[in-house]
Design a protein around this ligand. Structure first.
Ligand SMILES: *Cc1c(COP(=O)(O)O)cnc(C)c1O
Length: 238
């Protein structure tokens, strides 16, 4: 068994344990393997161990890796863009990724919709929310989130799937959980509207290696784990 295989099993066990502690069905939390800075071989190893969803932060690195890994796996791998997207990179994202979790302004969404090729299914979108209010952080502020969700839902080649957040690290479990609970409350509010265009609003992406337990306790449906699966990122960031 490879180290990646081993670590994946450990992460899955952590998710199962956190679900049990929170009284949740383990099938209600999906795992995104964040492969940024690691090579295509690492992705292939994780895929051979059953992992299907992968997240990349740096667009060109992600596109190169998608090409290198190819389409050999069944079911196919699913690629999520989880990094900031400059306007000149939207076309690459629209042409190569399956999901984008970092939409925080309408302008980006409009470009992604216009540039999504017709032969591909709609791009699956999470709106990134700046839930803990850091002034320099990416993400739409909570008060403007519903308006952005509604505007994105009207774009023809995008499908709004939910919210994503990357809060700063809090001092302890309770503090972390409280922040994640505010994201969950916002998510529930929007999901409860049941509006046209929000039929698939089912994804709350939050929690990473260090704090996935707190995120799952608060209601995360998708944890994004890098270090816990692939090890420390010593490679320089491109
Ligand atoms: C790098 C990254 C992760 C994974 O972080 P780890 O601490 O290595 O698990 C998750 N989400 C985003 C947006 C990231 O950039």
């Amino acid at each position: 068994m490879t180290t990646i295989d081993n670590k994946l099993q450990q992460v899955r066990a952590r998710i199962a344990q956190a679900c049990a502690a929170a009284g949740r069905d383990p099938a209600s939390v999906a795992l995104l393997a964040v492969s940024k800075t690691f090579g295509a071989e690492a992705v292939v190893q994780a895929a051979a161990a059953g992992q299907r969803a992968f997240g990349e932060n740096y667009i060109q690195e992600g596109v190169d890796k998608i090409a290198a890994v190819g389409r050999a796996f069944v079911p196919a791998l699913q690629w999520h863009c989880i990094g900031p997207i400059q306007s000149n990179k939207t076309r690459l994202v629209a042409e190569h990724f399956d999901w984008v979790q970092t939409v925080d302004r309408l302008k980006t969404a409009v470009r992604l919709s216009a540039q999504r090729p017709d032969h591909l299914p709609p791009l699956q979108i999470c709106i990134q929310v700046n839930i803990d209010g850091g002034p320099t952080k990416s993400g739409v502020v909570p008060a403007d989130t519903l308006a952005l969700v509604r505007a994105v839902a009207r774009l023809p080649r995008l499908r709004v799937r939910g919210l994503m957040s990357i809060p700063d690290h809090a001092p302890d479990f309770e503090a972390q959980r409280a922040i994640y609970q505010s994201a969950k409350a916002l998510f529930d509010q929007i999901a409860a509207l049941g509006e046209p265009g929000l039929e698939d609003f089912d994804t709350l992406s939050m929690g990473m290696t260090a704090d996935l337990e707190a995120a799952i306790h608060a209601g995360s449906t998708l944890v994004r784990v890098g270090t816990g699966i692939f090890g420390d990122r010593t490679n320089p960031v491109p």
